[in-house]
Design a protein around this ligand. Structure first.
Ligand SMILES: Nc1nc2c(c(=O)[nH]1)N[C@H]1C(S)=C(S)[C@@H](COP(=O)(O)OP(=O)(O)OC[C@H]3O[C@@H](n4cnc5c(=O)[nH]c(N)nc54)[C@H](O)[C@@H]3O)O[C@H]1N2
Ligand SMILES: Nc1nc2c(c(=O)[nH]1)N[C@H]1C(S)=C(S)[C@@H](COP(=O)(O)OP(=O)(O)OC[C@H]3O[C@@H](n4cnc5c(=O)[nH]c(N)nc54)[C@H](O)[C@@H]3O)O[C@H]1N2
Ligand SMILES: [Mo]
Length: 734
């Protein structure tokens, strides 16, 4: 497959036209995309009251292929009743994620029990009855509640409140597999766990670091912002072991000039070892201080820990750091030159930073580097974790975490007199482990694909199979519905955001809360998430208690409660009437005052891990292709990397000979966790030697449960593997 030389561009435009045909014409798709609803894919934040495809600065049109894919998936016809009789569980298991998604929209509740071969459609009453009976029979701490980041703030808030009043803190979301290290690292540093800036700040930056991410593919709308930075003469430094096509050149589809000629994005591209970022960030910090380019006054007045960091940077050996990072001293100095020249630097990052056993340290080190030159606490500079799901940040803000923020906990008690559990809640991986140990009996999943997102997929399937009951609230089928089965599994079909009968809200990665109007249901059958949660809650809990669960079917009642208990969300109470979308108070730092105990930012010192692969081994990252959204694979091709299939491992050409392999031969990929074969070993010169790449979620069989002790996030990007040739003629089963 020929590799494209630019990201975005004509393929994205042509793709849009083909998708429009699938749903009955461009007008229909256009109308859906322009409706007043927050975009469903990533958290860059688009749509809402300004209308679809408009960003936070009001720029239009901001189109993205992923947004279209998600929309088209929701616009599919419903799954026919006959489907359930035709497809057995083994047949569902044999289906690809793409085929499962393309089966259509879920429109009726279905159930399968252990020993049965098929899902059977059941009525809503029957489904509710089963769930309510089970919940009433269990001790609350034997249940867990998993949330993905697609649902609204209202649904998220309501379900976590129900779970806690039912009696458990086993409440968590996909963040534990995603940006948790950012939340922990940023909170340790600034007392607040999200972006320190707004979109307008990034638009004024003259240097943007893009670390460990592939926004050309995963956050395409951020590319217009990077384009603006370049056009103003600014710099973009990319730190990534893989040279990603769209990060060197990107054609912004909505800009005719860019579409025709492409826009150069990276001004400097640096390829560290997988996991080498901590050493690299420390090395740059060391060089900044050696040049005297740090802001001594700022560090003295607005930070704690400067003497310790200063000493540590002075003691560190630049040769050693360079080797641990896998980046030459010349390149470290090139980055330092650019950083020292920059007036307004923004540091952005994604999963290459957080999917590491030292993810929190990585984030703290980014904080250190920014603070060295006073890049936080003023306009046009700051820190930007580029978030995944469209409302993952909102779900976290409104309380979907094992431990509620103290302020929310206190306000819930003082305003509503609710009785909240105090036992420690489990994070996502800990829930899977507890299920595996037979300590949990029921799982309740608001969206997502808990099975598919987990490391060690056989272990995940086994853990879920040890539950007595699992309930999925979903819009479409995914691999979790085939492999993540308990004694009793129930799927409840729910409405997508733009089909909700009432308004809902979402929060972007810039801490901006949007209002979605909802819209007409596309199918008879699916129900609103909020309706389903309030119905179950009212039957499980005493309605005479402090919360009127029946009234909670009304999303404005939920917003009233959010406004009272979640700090910074006061304006949400009026939002459906005022239509005034808002920036959450207390999170954007345009002044160097931080909500830490001392009011100052906290600097950190770190031990630098050696993440270089041992001889004869490679370090493997598991990543997304351009043709998928998380566990939902839309296309088998990876357009930007020029790869036509997914059962491949991408290796630098220089690594073949030392490993005794020949290009394109079939191999067995082995990790401490398992093996996968036959896999084709593809030469890929854009990856640095010593590293290799496979696609998530298929590669999750190989991913061990090794996680960062502070964020509990698995090291999805750093798996030690060996590759063995499969001798010709040997039987291959995969
Ligand atoms: N199209 C599309 N868009 C998406 C998603 C999707 O699946 N598809 N998913 C959404 C979600 S939930 C998320 S979290 C985001 C994910 O967005 P990304 O984080 O951009 O996605 P990943 O594919 O996980 O890729 C991470 C990048 O990290 C690099 N990397 C790997 N290891 C290292 C390392 O050690 N150091 C450094 N510096 N880089 C490294 C890889 O080469 C790759 O370019 O995207 C969101 N948007
Ligand atoms: N090896 C490896 N593993 C990883 C990663 C990796 O890079 N490598 N990435 C990790 C990351 S960053 C993440 S975020 C997780 C992803 O974890 P999840 O968020 O759990 O998974 P998704 O695939 O995004 O979930 C998609 C499903 O959500 C449902 N859905 C879609 N829209 C709605 C809605 O509006 N309401 C409801 N109720 N359901 C809806 C659909 O049924 C769809 O099938 O995976 C993690 N796992
Ligand atoms: Mo994510």
């Amino acid at each position: 497959m020929k590799r494209v030389r630019t990201g975005g561009g004509w393929p994205a435009v042509l793709y849009s036209l083909s998708k429009a045909r699938q749903v009955g014409g461009p007008w229909k798709l256009w109308k859906a995309l322009r409706s007043r609803n927050a975009c469903k894919t990533c958290a860059v934040g688009m749509g809402g009251q300004k209308g679809g495809m408009v960003n936070e600065r009001g720029t239009f049109p901001e189109v993205c292929k992923k947004g279209m894919q998600a929309m088209v998936a929701d616009m599919q016809p419903g799954i026919e009743t006959s489907f359930w009789a035709e497809r057995s569980i083994p047949q569902l298991r044999a289906m690809s994620p793409r085929d499962l998604e393309h089966s259509g929209r879920l429109t009726q509740p279905v159930r399968v029990r252990k020993g049965e071969s098929h899902y059977t459609p059941i009525s809503w009453d029957e489904a509710y009855e089963s769930i309510v009976r089970k919940l009433k029979s269990l001790p609350a701490d034997e249940t867990f509640w998993y949330f993905s980041g697609r649902s609204s703030n209202e649904a998220g808030f309501l379900l976590q409140l129900f779970a806690r009043m039912y009696g458990t803190n086993n409440v968590n979301n996909c963040s534990f597999y995603c940006h948790q290290a950012s939340g922990v690292g940023l909170t340790n540093t600034f007392g607040s766990g999200t972006a320190t800036l707004v979109l307008d700040d990034v638009e004024h930056a003259d240097l943007v670091f893009v670390i460990g991410g592939n926004p050309a593919s995963n956050h395409p709308r951020l590319m217009s912002t990077l384009k603006h930075v370049r056009r103003r003469g600014g710099e973009v430094i990319v730190i990534n072991p893989v040279v990603e096509t769209g990060l060197t050149n990107f054609s912004v589809p909505s800009d005719p000039w860019s579409l025709l000629f492409g826009t150069k994005i990276a001004t400097l591209y640096v390829q560290p070892h997988i996991g080498g970022d901590l050493a690299l960030l420390t090395a740059i910090g060391k060089r900044v201080v050696e040049r005297g380019a740090h802001f001594e006054d700022f560090l003295t007045n607005y930070t704690d820990g400067w003497p310790e960091l200063k000493q540590r940077l002075a003691e560190a050996d630049i040769n050693e750091l360079s080797q641990l990072a896998g980046v030459s001293i010349e390149q470290i100095d090139e980055i330092t030159d650019r950083y020292c020249k920059a007036k307004n630097a923004v540091f952005s990052w994604t999963m290459g930073i957080t999917h590491q056993a030292h993810g929190v340290e990585n984030v703290e080190a980014i904080g250190n580097l920014a603070l060295l030159r006073g890049m936080v606490g003023r306009t046009h500079a700051g820190l930007l974790p580029i978030r995944g799901h469209s409302n993952v940040q909102g779900i976290g803000s409104v309380g979907v975490t094992p431990k509620l923020k103290d302020a929310i906990f206190e306000r819930l008690q003082s305003n509503y007199n609710v009785d909240l559990p105090t036992s420690p809640g489990l994070d996502t991986l800990a829930c899977m482990e507890a299920a595996h140990d037979h300590k949990l009996k029921l799982g309740f999943c608001l969206g997502g694909n808990l099975y598919g997102s987990n490391p060690d997929s056989p272990y995940a399937a086994e853990a879920l199979s040890r539950l007595e009951s699992i309930v999925y609230l979903s819009t479409t089928l995914n691999t979790g519905h085939a492999h993540g089965l308990a004694d009793e599994t129930i799927i409840l079909p729910v409405l997508a955001r733009d089909e909700e009968p009432q308004p809902t809200t979402q929060e972007s990665m810039f801490n901006y809360v949007r209002l979605s109007d909802g819209g007409p249901a596309r199918h008879e059958g699916p129900r609103s998430e909020v309706e389903v949660i309030s119905h179950i809650a009212r039957r499980v809990l005493d309605s005479s208690g402090p919360v009127d669960w029946a009234a909670m079917e009304n999303t404005s009642r939920i917003r009233e409660m959010i406004a009272k208990v979640v700090p910074g969300f006061d304006k949400i109470e009026q939002i459906d009437r005022s239509k005034e979308e808002f920036q959450i108070a207390g999170r954007t730092f345009h002044e160097p005052q931080f909500p830490t105990a001392s009011g100052r930012a906290q600097l950190h010192v770190h031990e630098i891990p050696d993440t270089r692969p041992a001889e004869g081994r490679l370090t493997m990252m598991t990543v997304r292709s351009e043709g998928q959204f998380n566990t939902v694979v839309y296309e088998n091709t990876d357009l930007y990397r020029g790869i036509d299939r997914r059962d491949v491992v991408l290796i630098h050409p220089d690594d073949f000979e030392p490993l005794g392999l020949t290009p394109n031969e079939r191999v067995k990929v082995k990790s401490s966790n398992g093996e996968l074969f036959p896999i084709e070993a593809r030469p890929f010169d854009s990856i640095r030697p010593g590293a290799c790449l496979m696609y998530y979620p298929e590669a999750n069989v190989l991913v061990p449960r090794r996680s960062d002790p502070r964020s509990k996030t698995p090291a999805f990007k750093a798996i030690e593997v060996t590759l063995e040739p499969i001798s010709a003629g040997a039987a291959v089963v995969g």
